[in-house]
Design a binder for this molecule. Structure first.
Ligand SMILES: Cc1cc2nc3c(=O)[nH]c(=O)nc-3n(C[C@H](O)[C@H](O)[C@H](O)COP(=O)(O)O)c2cc1C
Length: 176
């Protein structure tokens, strides 16, 4: 898909007709890895819940009902980043006031690539920040040194939402 079309037609989709399959998910996640990161540290991590037996149980355990309904039928990718690495010098002190925020920044870039790679492969996505991190950690055995951020639904859309409004450019951008 042409890049301009890709970024202008991507939507958060809240109704799915089916999950992205294993090979498609693997290819999308490999493309997401092309995202830039602090000193190329690549601290973003993905945990893919894809088998039908585990998916529904996992969805029920970690998502509130509205996100559970919105993502029904889609595969789920949990994204995390390794803390205390990006944004820190070798002696463990933060390089600047942002600290671990740089790890979240890198993961956001990674996840932006992920949703665009999915769209390019014919799948739609929903990033969900409202989720139960403790339940996710326990079920997927995610180590404590990783910050759990989002759960991303990836699947075939069963709806075609129109574009959501964006603020006027002059409200969010200043040129000097
Ligand atoms: C960090 C983040 C967390 C989000 N969490 C949720 C969520 O928990 N549930 C939901 O339905 N949408 C969630 N969204 C989707 C946003 O509501 C959506 O991106 C926004 O309304 C713009 O719509 P669009 O993605 O279709 O352009 C989240 C998006 C981001 C980037």
């Amino acid at each position: 898909m042409e890049f301009r079309e890709l970024i202008s037609t991507r939507r958060s989709v809240r109704k799915y007709a089916g999950a992205a399959g294993h090979d498609a998910l693997a290819a999308i996640l490999q493309e997401a890895q092309r995202a830039p990161s602090w000193k190329n540290q690549q601290t973003s991590r993905c945990y893919v819940v894809e088998t039908p037996e585990t998916l529904e149980d996992f969805r029920a355990a970690v998502l509130p009902s509205f996100n559970r309904n919105s993502s029904a039928g889609a595969a789920l990718v949990v994204t995390t980043y390794v803390k205390g690495n990006v944004g820190f010098s070798d002696d463990g002190t933060p390089v600047n006031e942002i600290g671990n925020g740089w790890g979240a920044y890198d993961l956001g870039l990674h996840d932006a690539y992920l949703v665009l790679a999915a769209k390019n492969a014919g799948y739609d996505t929903l990033i969900m920040g409202i989720r139960d991190a403790d339940a996710i950690r326990e079920r997927l055995s995610i180590p404590e040194n990783e910050e759990i951020m989002s759960v991303i639904a990836v699947g075939k859309a069963a709806e075609e939402p129109g574009p959501r409004p964006r603020k006027a450019p002059e409200e969010v951008t200043r040129f000097f």
